[in-house]
Design a protein around this ligand. Sequence first.
Ligand code: C2E
Ligand code: MG
Ligand code: MG
Ligand code: MG
Length: 283
Amino acid sequence: LTITNVRKAGGNSIMSLSKEGHKALSRQATIEKHLLLALDQKNLNVLYQPQLDIQTGKIIAAEALVRWVDESIGVVSPDELIPIAEETGLIHSIGSFVLEQACQQALAWQKEGIPLKVSINVSIREFRDKNMARSILETLERTKCPADLIQIEITEKFALEAESEGAIMKQMRQLEQEGIVFVLDDFGTGYASFRYMQLLPLKTVKIDATFIRSMMQSEKTEQLVRGMIQLAKSMQLTILAEGVETAEQFDLLKGFGCDLAQGYHICKPTAANAVKNLYYQKA
Ligand code: C2E
Ligand code: MG
Ligand code: MG
Ligand code: MG
């Protein structure tokens, strides 16, 4: 265990770790150990959450979301798993696994005549590997998945750090040239959203679920959401609303001219087969 891990778990030094600190620390160590095994045995899973074109009512894409149920630990949610994986470096293996699955799935759908793009989430740490772009392109080639079927979702935190790291920007541009599309996730929650809309090679921005959630209670938030949609459109960006849970939210967004929606109201993250059924149902 590193000192950083210990500090994160709540103590200033090993000697002063609280009971809770010890618990958190041993859980993290357990997760780390089991995750290594799970990755080795490809014992993780990917679910897909459909993205719907609000104006046509059709499913046009699906977001790949990692799932892990360990035999002894139980369910480890992405919100717990991803930070640990980022810290330990295991995020590279998770990323490769999810990308491979996503490519195979996108290709399988295409072969069935279902034109769905697949979105993957990537962490900044994956892009700090200077071979990241090449390894993505190699995976596309090996799986025979066309590049324009894959979208990469980055967060504002990613954008913030990428801006000052030329090597990351270069890799993003390289991937963009090959036909991969970038999506700004959790839009509005970071420090400098507007800046990145202008700086990065983006195609789509996803309005964070927190805005969609409070939009029905607050007139101000409602106007903010309306403004985000207009801003994105004026910049020729596709705009997606995340975390759409009710018909009321959906109808309001439709009225505002929002392009895409994702959320429990349309479908929870689900198995690839269920996405296929929903696609046909909406076709
Ligand atoms: P995200 O990319 O913003 O993904 C959306 C999250 O919101 C997902 O949680 C999804 O299940 C959840 N969600 C979707 N619709 C609704 C809704 O209507 N209501 C509510 N309450 N929640 C909804 P999930 O799968 O737990 O993932 C959490 C975060 O973990 C993701 O946020 C993403 O940042 C990260 N993540 C997930 N899979 C991966 C992965 O393979 N790699 C990386 N680097 N990060 C991942
Ligand atoms: Mg995402
Ligand atoms: Mg999000
Ligand atoms: Mg999120």
